[in-house]
Structure formats: C-alpha cells, structure tokens
Design a protein around this ligand. Structure first.
Ligand SMILES: Nc1ncnc2c1ncn2[C@@H]1O[C@H](COP(=O)(O)OP(=O)(O)OP(=O)(O)O)[C@@H](O)[C@H]1O
Ligand SMILES: [Mg+2]
Length: 320
C-alpha cells in the first residue's frame, strides 16, 4: 500500500448529467466521492454505460461536474481562474478511451504530442521539438515519424502517441480511460507494460479505468467499482479479489470473460439482466432490480458507503 496520508485528487459528491430527449436527464454520475493518494494507482471498473468516462472527463474539467468538488493538489479546480487552471493543467493529464477520435487526423503526430506544451508554454519551437523527439523514443515511436498523420499509425501506436502527449508535461496524475480495450490482445500487454514503465519513471499517480478485471488487478493498489453512476465498493485490490462484498462486484467477477471480448462483461446481462436506463435509475439501491439478494429496504432506502474492514467500503444494506 502506498503513502495514504496525502490525497493528490479528492472527489466530493460529483454529479454529471446530460440532457436526453423529451427533457429527460441522463444521470451519468450521481454523488460520487473518493480520493486517490499520491503514488497509488486506483482501478475503476463497471460495465459499459455506468459513467466511468463521464467521471474521468469531469475530473479533467472537460467540462467540470454539474455539482460537487474536484480537489487536485489541495486546489478546488472550480474556484481557479482560467489562467490558474491553465497553469495547473499540465499536472493532470488523460489518455482517452477512443484513440482514433482522441487524435486530430489533420495534425501531425509531433505537433499532437507537443500540444500540451504549446498551450501552457514558454518553450521555443525548437525546445518543444527536442522534448517531443525524446518522448517519442521513450514511448517506442520512431522520431523520424514526427510529421506523419495519425491514420498512418496502428491502434497500438496511436495509444503510444496519446501516452506521449499525456506525459510530455510530466504530470503527477494520469487518467487512463480503457487504454487497451480497443487493441489486439498481443498489443495490449505491450501498452500495459509501457504504462507501468512510465508510471515508475514519472512517479505517476493513476486512475486506471478498465473493464478487464485481470488487467486492473495487476496494475491497481485499490479498486473502485461503479454501478449506474454510483460507487458501490472500494477496496485494496487483493482484498477485493479475495473477499468482495457487494453483490454487483460478485456478479462482475463471475462474468469475467475468459478471453478478451469486445463487449465488456458479455455474460453479465445473461446472468442478471439488462442495465436499467440512467434516465430513470431505480429508487433506493440502484442495483436492486438486478440483485439476487434484494430485500424490501433496498427499494426505499439508498445504502450509504460503509467501511466493513480497514480500507474496504461497501454501499449495500446487507452490511449495515
Ligand atoms: N456527451 C454525452 N451526451 C449524452 N449522453 C452521454 C454523453 N456521454 C455519456 N453519456 C451517457 O452517460 C452514461 C454514462 O456514459 P459513460 O460513457 O460515462 O459510461 P462508461 O462507463 O464510460 O461506458 P463504457 O465502458 O462503454 O466506456 C451513458 O448512459 C451514456 O450514454
Ligand atoms: Mg467509457
């Protein structure tokens, strides 16, 4: 376990909503709070549509949350002026889920990687160029390809470009949103290894989003499980794997695909049914409509997060 004394990132009561048709609201993230401590990697898992990317974007202020507080390095990001935000931005970066749409097809790879330096920068063009070339070789890209466009690269190479762009400002926090889910299995391990190497080299604190529980286990110190916009369990990795408590976490584990599957948790819908719509989440516990252990209380009362053992927190009436 890493140094637990200093949260680098603190999320308090984060809410993210989108407008849907007919004036309805999509409740993508509903009142989520947790902290990530300096030097640790926190894995974030949950099935497709549960709000993982929405939460990540809210942290990145792309845009910020509808309500709630994102505190990075003890600074409330919503309270910062544009200038102050620009100054702190290089210190938290993100590798986006879809590497193809995350890269501007018209911009050369060198310019793409240099972008965060340009936005914040006081470096000359030559200085930027030198840093980009160095970073390209660190992430395993031939710097001769500086002027090539993204479509000339494979999926794995596009992820290397994204990683280079995210690390060029030497951030303290790196958010990785499903960094390998779109890649061939053979390439996935290479990218995970690269991220591990970079994590050590740059002393990164990471929020690592993935639906691949095997990958998350290997890379994370703690794991947070999300369900329909809510946090349902958070625990040290080993503990979660050995004795998870929330019925949803159990369902996720029982649905781990044996081989990599393009659809996250392919067996899950078969086991416990479809995910309810985030425009009208169930009352009480959001998991109750699919929970094999549901009781009457779950319909009326929302379970609060409750610590069942040191560092292991669960939101479920079975444990309260
Ligand atoms: N820009 C948007 N406009 C409207 N609805 C959105 C938008 N982005 C996300 N949503 C909706 O918000 C909910 C959460 O989506 P989100 O992409 O955050 O989930 P996710 O956990 O990242 O899923 P996945 O594992 O498929 O990446 C979904 O119902 C999604 O359709
Ligand atoms: Mg996502």
């Amino acid at each position: 376990m890493k140094n637990k004394n200093r949260p680098l990132l603190e999320l308090s009561n984060i809410v993210v909503e989108f407008n849907a048709d007919h004036g309805e609201k999509i409740h993508a993230v509903s009142d989520i709070s947790f902290a990530i401590f300096k030097g640790e990697t926190l894995g974030l898992v949950g099935e497709s549509g549960c709000g993982k990317s929405s939460l990540a974007r809210a942290v990145m202020q792309l845009p910020g949350p509808a309500s709630g507080k994102v505190t990075f390095c003890s600074k409330d990001l919503a309270q910062l002026s544009k200038k102050e935000l620009l100054k702190i931005r290089p210190r938290f970066q993100m590798v986006f889920q879809d590497s193809v749409s995350a890269l501007n097809p018209k911009r050369s790879v060198g310019k793409t990687i240099a972008m965060p330096l340009k936005v914040t920068g006081n470096l000359s063009k030559n200085e930027r160029h030198t840093l980009v070339e160095k970073m390209m070789s660190k992430v395993g890209l031939d710097s001769e390809l500086f002027n090539n466009k993204p479509h000339q690269f494979s999926g794995g190479q596009c992820q290397r470009i994204q990683i280079a762009r995210a690390l060029i400002t030497e951030p303290e926090l790196l958010i990785c949103d499903e960094p390998v889910s779109s890649l061939d299995v053979s390439i996935q391990a290479q990218i995970i290894n690269l991220l591990e190497t970079m994590r050590k080299q740059y002393d990164l604190t990471m929020l690592f989003i993935s639906h691949d529980l095997a990958v998350v286990k290997n890379i994370s110190d703690r794991i947070a499980v999300m369900y329909l916009g809510k946090l349902c369990e958070i625990a040290p990795s080993e503990q979660l794997y050995q004795s998870c408590a929330h019925p949803y976490t159990s369902a996720l584990f029982s649905a781990i695909p044996r081989v990599n599957h393009p659809q996250a948790f392919p067996k899950l819908q078969r086991c416990i049914g479809e995910l309810p719509s985030p425009t009208a989440p169930p009352s009480g516990c959001r998991f109750r409509t699919r929970c094999p252990k549901v009781k009457e209380q779950c319909v009326f009362e929302e379970p609060k997060l409750y610590e069942i053992s040191p560092g292991h927190t669960v939101a479920c009436h079975l444990f309260q």
